[in-house]
Design a protein around this ligand. Structure first.
Ligand SMILES: [Zn+2]
Ligand SMILES: [Zn+2]
Length: 279
């Protein structure tokens, strides 16, 4: 059964990095995030009872395993892997991890075709307004990973397996089945790529991780109206702590005012002036 698992034929290491690469931050006692080159993974929970959110850049499985064993002890394994979406930089180590731990993967139903080898994501747009990361996005893998029966849909009641207190929120736009995870009790938000805290299209800003609220990464976002509605939905939750797929975590007053600004000025801040997915 496991032989059916494979990456797309365009799967490869992408040579990009940031000052945050290899650095972990404990946002809350049970919420830890770690940067793999330019993308964040999260660990939610405590030893023996935790989940992994997203699976990093291509070829990062060994790093993810070490990060987990360093935090939770040798041979620790998550109860499940929850995906915010299936872009290459969020599923990069996934197949090795699923084989190593034999744990289930959960994603939104609309993301399934991209996780079961049925459908490629639209081509990234290197012509979109932005810097060097946008320009090099033609080299980013967009073929689907095939997780076969290892991937399941998130429960339709909004709960998140092995993450009590959290619910998943459909935040499409960047991808059709994109989800964010929110915990009412303390306002903890795992936003995925619904918004970012770094201008992800610009190599210099990605490298320095300069903190600046921004929309979803432009080169892979295809539905800007849905992306805007998703940010409105997130802002209405009034999160206290946010970990995004790209950029440093943001919290408190800075998060509140930044999200408000992103909602009010979405067309100026997030939506590119030109690009093939803007009309
Ligand atoms: Zn993405
Ligand atoms: Zn991403």
């Amino acid at each position: 059964m496991k032989q059916e698992l494979n990456y797309g034929t365009d799967y490869k290491f992408i040579p990009v990095t940031s000052v945050g690469s290899g650095v972990g931050i404990e946002m809350l006692p049970d919420l830890f995030c770690h940067t793999i080159q330019i993308v964040n993974i999260c660990l939610v929970g405590y030893p023996d009872d935790f989940v992994l959110i997203d699976a990093g850049m291509p070829k990062s499985a060994n790093e993810i395993i070490s990060v987990i064993e360093e935090r939770f002890g040798p041979n620790s394994r998550p109860k499940a892997i929850i995906l915010t979406h299936g872009h290459f930089d969020h599923v990069g180590g996934l197949i090795e991890l699923v084989k190593h731990w034999e744990v289930p993967v959960y994603a939104h139903p609309l993301e399934m075709p991209f996780l079961t080898g049925q459908k490629s994501y639209p081509e990234p747009d290197p012509t979109v307004e932005g810097g060097l990361v946008a320009k090099m996005s033609t080299s980013f893998p967009n073929e689907p990973i095939n997780l076969g029966s290892s991937v399941q849909t998130l429960p339709s009641d909004g709960t998140v397996p092995h993450m009590p207190g959290f619910r998943w929120i459909h935040t499409p736009g960047h991808s059709p089945g994109h989800v964010s995870l929110f915990r009412e009790r303390d306002g903890a938000l795992i936003a995925g790529d619904a918004f970012t805290t770094v201008k992800q299209e610009y190599m210099y800003k990605v490298f320095t991780q300069e903190l600046e609220i921004s929309g979803p990464p432009r080169y892979l976002t295809t539905d800007w109206e849905a992306a805007k509605q998703s940010v409105i939905k997130i802002e209405a939750l009034k999160p206290e702590f946010a970990v995004t797929g790209h950029g440093l975590p943001m919290s408190g007053e800075v998060l509140t005012t930044s999200l408000k600004k992103l909602v009010n000025e979405f067309d100026q801040i997030a939506v590119p002036d030109y690009g093939k997915y803007v009309n």
